[in-house]
Ligand binder design. Structure first.
Ligand SMILES: [Mn+2]
Length: 237
């Protein structure tokens, strides 16, 4: 049977001052569990190769990582801004914009939802200390597969078709969406009104989520529909 080729977008990190390309195994395992073929897309300064990577893959998975340089959404750096890497930002923002033009399906996790929003012209809160009335713990101290807070899902969303009106998720973020980008809709919010999921309008499957479903898959299969839907939509494309 033909398998759907899913490009997992890697990240950069510094290991003893050496820049390395990395992907957490949890993402690879999640794509395999949902019967897709994981491929890893490297981060490079060569933006000319982006269209060739898009041609190679049927769908895409954007992964978690460090903060985005607020230069890319025209804000000054907040004092609680974490580490960023502009080369990583440039590649991922450009890749996201070109994937959207190609209409290919994607799932964008954690830093991925933030890349999606910024690629569409939106902005971020750089730290929860910037967020008014933030009352929920969004950076959990428990194991990565533990759920911590519920989300309320809007009825007219792709996410609702997968999970219904509410879902418990894990949470490992100190940033979140502020102003929504163009052609995006909110599909889920936390009890403190933090945006936890967004979707591209008039698009087969283009979802950003703030939690880490690939980590929760270690414990049970409740998050599997996200990956299965990415893969089945990619096969049809
Ligand atoms: Mn959260």
């Amino acid at each position: 049977m033909k398998k759907s080729k899913i490009g997992i977008v890697s990240t950069l990190f510094l290991d003893n001052k050496i820049s390395k390309i990395s992907v957490s195994s949890d993402y690879v395992n999640a794509i395999e569990k949902a019967a897709g073929l994981p491929l890893i897309i490297p981060i490079t300064s060569n933006l000319e190769n982006i269209d060739s990577y898009i041609d190679l893959c049927d769908g895409f998975l954007f992964t978690g990582g460090i903060d985005i340089n607020p230069y890319f959404y025209k804000k000054n750096p907040h004092k609680e801004l974490g580490e960023f890497n502009s080369k990583l930002d440039l590649f991922q923002l450009s890749l996201m914009q070109n994937i959207i033009s190609s209409k290919k399906p994607f799932l964008a996790i954690c830093r991925g939802i933030q890349i999606l929003n910024v690629a569409c012209g939106g902005t971020l809160y750089q730290d929860f200390s910037e967020v008014p009335n933030n009352t929920i713990q969004h950076y959990q101290k428990s194991a990565r597969y533990e759920f911590i807070h519920p989300i309320n899902i809007k009825t007219d969303s792709l996410l609702y078709n997968l999970f219904g009106e509410s879902l418990y998720v894990n949470s490992f973020h100190h940033q979140c969406i502020n102003q929504l980008g163009d052609n995006l809709s909110i599909s889920a919010i936390a009890p403190d009104n933090i945006i936890e999921a967004i979707e591209l309008n008039n698009y087969t499957f283009g979802i950003g989520i703030q939690w880490h479903p690939e980590m929760m898959l270690i414990n049970n299969n409740k998050m599997l529909p996200l990956f299965s839907k990415l893969i089945s939509t990619s096969l049809k494309n």
